[in-house]
Design a protein around this ligand. Sequence first.
Ligand code: PDD
Length: 284
Amino acid sequence: MIVLKNNQFIEREYATIDMEDRGHQFGDGVYEVIRVYEGRYFLLQDHLERLQYSLNETGINFNISEENVHDHLHQLIDLNDVEDGAIYIQITRGIAPRSHPFPKDTSPMVFAYPIKATSPTEAQSKGIKVILEEDFRWLRCDIKSLNLLGNVMTKQKAVEAGATEAIFYRDENHVTEGSSTNVFIVKDGTIYTHPADNYILNGINRRYLLYLAKELNIPYKETIFSINDLKQADEVFISSTTSEMLPVVNVDGEPVANNKPGPISKQLLETFFKYKDLNQIPTH
Ligand code: PDD
């Protein structure tokens, strides 16, 4: 495997991280996972813009366009012959003696490399089980930060319960997102999903599905919904870069949406690959 480390392409065995990298010690860094279909990036521009947003919000002094990240990422998939997969990229504040304040004169550290990703076709056609868990994470979930302890602890609970994902709620009237996905419900033909604020990551596939909904003339509302709304929904689905879009058929052991993927979920899934060479979600 060839890894991008700052501006260099190196073999994986040389791609080591310093023990005082602030990403390693404080989770002081940000990241993206970008899907590759047929050897081409999907929605690369949107991912790079969100990465720049996360860098700006955390005060990591790094300019993606000045550092040629775009070109390096293209070279990275060529060097690794990535056809169907994903690229993980993380940028940390850099290496400095361990101390909480931002260090002066430290250069950010970039690592990027290919990771496996395949469309979960069986789960997409059958639907998945999820569990509900209290959202005990911080209040800046809009930043795609390396601090994922709350997310990984909660995903593990889902795995132990025999479910695919855990859906977070702040209180019974406020469902937020999944441990690594965004959540949608359908009621009377309208799609509902949490507004893009500090309680959720504004998922790129979340935005892509809303774009598809618009193309398909399916109405949607970005508004907060309750646990009860979720359980009483006509359809439920989740989205992320790696899972694409997954219908939910069971919540906390109880069937939802008649225990099968509903018509709007199916329509979105059927349309999902229509624009798979899109670099940026059109806004209109
Ligand atoms: N997870 N919410 C959270 C908390 C996430 O970690 C993710 C993505 C999403 C969906 O965002 P997107 O559609 O841009 O992938 C929502 C990535 C894939 C991960 O950490 O592996």
